[in-house]
Ligand binder design. Sequence first.
Ligand code: ADP
Ligand code: MG
Length: 324
Amino acid sequence: MAKGSRSEFDLIGRFFADLGASRADVLLGVGDDCALLEIPADVAMAVSIDTLVAGTHFFHDCDAEGLGHKSLAVGLSDLAAMGAAPAWATLALTLPERDDAWLAAFARGFGDLARTYGMRLVGGDTTRGPLSVTVQVHGLVRAGAAVRRDGARPGDILWVSGTLGDAGLALGLIREGRPVDPALRTRLERPVPRVELGSALRGIATAMIDLSDGLAADLGHILAASGVGAELEFTSLPLSPAVASRIASDGDWSLPLSSGDDYELCFCAPSERSGLIASMAAGLGCALTAVGRIHAEPGLILKGPDGAPMRLSRTGYDHFANNT
Ligand code: ADP
Ligand code: MG
């Protein structure tokens, strides 16, 4: 598409002008030079941006509806990890060519998830080039109430939501050309951001992060920011039957500890809050599992079933490390 061409505006009008929930705080949405958004007093705006590149973050021939869902879900997961309420999104789309069936499916996946969380697409950019999707999300949280990475304290209990390693297992199977159970595949292609959980943990969690690069690496960010260490018990990690049986067969704990794309939340909370947190799980529809404890001494200790430290073949995904 030539910049500013008729077909570009037609494409935007057709697929992206009316996506997501309508919101009274959107004074002006898609169509002008800028969107105009109204922010209440005493509220902070939480902002996060993520890019998904074809061939790096998703397969070129992946399902477009799933890609629309996932490109927004990863941002929603960041908002969840701050305890922020989703409000607005912007979308920068680079497309090799115009394909209306693909665009309609992408917009459906994006729009359905946006509506689920009361979020509105308020603007973006559309260019031609190698397929990539960048989504910026904007959330609202009462000033001072956001849950950051730097609040963990010695003695806090370490928790994770859901189960870990499912997306990593699905990705591995797809790469090997092996069959993947549909439910497992959904964990990779349509992650469910833990938005309600993140909001419910405001005022309870001392520190929180979403798991995009694997528990070991992402927990490491909480520990570094908080200036503390932690002990993590392998035997406590919440696993789906598929991941549990993979570990039983090869003894490698990398899936729950260092594979990416889980989009679960990892958080710390004082031990007095453990009963309350355990009782929250049912209402939120996801498991909450205590997996360790925060220590004053820096470093992450990984303890196996016999109390001995366990082997890890990878520590997490890092685009600029030499991890192939
Ligand atoms: P400008 O040239 O003024 O930056 P554009 O021509 O890039 O504007 O976009 C026109 C309008 O369409 C703007 O309001 C922009 O936010 C919106 N827009 C462009 N691409 C997208 C997209 N992929 N999704 C949502 N809105 C978009
Ligand atoms: Mg302009």
